[in-house]
Structure formats: structure tokens, C-alpha cells
Design a protein around this ligand. Structure first.
Ligand code: 8GT
Ligand code: MG
Length: 132
């Protein structure tokens, strides 16, 4: 029996663009684009996990965020609970602090990129609610 992995995920938005990172090839769902984030530690508040992960992965400091949606998804080998937050303000200059490729992408372009299977509802909502 595996436990569902709780993941803090940041949809970082600025000027109609979203900041994506490419997952390293050896990781789960490797080679695909992702919204930066990572596992919530035991007893850690999710917003704290979000801030910590984006500091570690992008070297930025989140200064404004709001809950966007949660999503449970069962991969054959792993069950995740994605706790997705919109990040609307941050300080610092983004970089791939763990050697990963990063990219700002127009919201409308999201539909044409490969994401982990769990992400489809996020993409759909961003396209219908935030693209203009
Ligand atoms: N960060 C992130 N993880 C996602 C997304 N979609 C998705 O299915 N996941 C899954 O959520 C899980 C947790 O992500 P993660 O980045 O913390 O995990 P990881 O196992 O690579 O290790 P880590 O704890 O060292 O960061 C992974 O199995 C990943 O495939 C997404 O958009 N962003
Ligand atoms: Mg991560």
C-alpha cells in the first residue's frame, strides 16, 4: 500500500505567461514540462512547502499566491495529490537552480507542450479562465 504523495505546485504567472521547468529525464514523468514544486514535508503547511520548493528550484521568493485547485491522480506506479497555487508575485530572478531547463510560455501555448498526465485539468482551466 503506497501513500498518496502530497505535492505543492506553483503556477507562476506574469504578463500572460507561465514559468515552466523541464523535469530531468531520470525522474518520474521525466522529460516533460512541469509547474515547479515538490513534495510537502510531514507537518509542513502547503504554502511553506511551495515557498521552499520554488526557492530551491528557481531561486525566487514567493510574495503573493492563492489556492487554485487540488487534483488527485493515480499513475500506475504512484498516487499524487497536487495542491496547485497561483503565484502572482515573487522577488528575485528566476533560474534553473537544479540544472533544469526553464521557460516562460504564453498561456495559449500550453496546450501544445507535453506535461505529466495528471496536469490536463490544470491546463484546461488556465486556458479557459486566464488566457485572453
Ligand atoms: N512539481 C510537479 N510535480 C508534478 C506535476 N505533475 C505531476 O504529476 N507531478 C508529480 O508529482 C510528484 C512530485 O513531484 P516532485 O518534483 O516533488 O518529485 P520528485 O519525485 O521529482 O522529487 P523531489 O522531492 O526531489 O522534488 C512527481 O511524481 C511528479 O511526477 C507538476 O506539474 N509539477
Ligand atoms: Mg520538484
Amino acid at each position: 500500500m503506497n501513500k498518496r504523495v502530497h505535492v505543492a505546485v506553483g503556477v507562476i504567472i506574469r504578463n500572460q505567461q507561465i514559468l515552466l521547468a523541464k523535469r530531468h529525464g531520470h525522474l518520474h514523468q521525466g522529460g516533460k514540462w512541469e509547474f515547479p514544486g515538490g513534495k510537502v514535508e510531514p507537518n509542513e503547511p502547503v504554502t511553506e512547502a511551495l515557498t521552499r520548493e520554488l526557492q530551491e528550484e528557481l531561486n525566487i521568493n514567493v510574495t503573493a499566491s492563492s489556492p487554485f485547485m487540488t487534483l488527485s491522480y493515480d499513475y500506475p506506479e504512484k498516487q499524487v495529490l497536487l495542491d496547485i497555487h497561483l503565484v502572482t508575485e515573487f522577488t528575485g530572478t528566476e533560474s534553473g537552480a537544479e540544472g533544469q531547463e526553464i521557460r516562460w510560455v504564453d498561456i495559449k501555448e500550453l496546450a501544445s507542450l507535453p506535461f505529466p498526465d495528471a496536469n490536463q485539468p490544470i491546463i484546461d482551466r488556465l486556458l479557459t479562465e486566464l488566457a485572453h
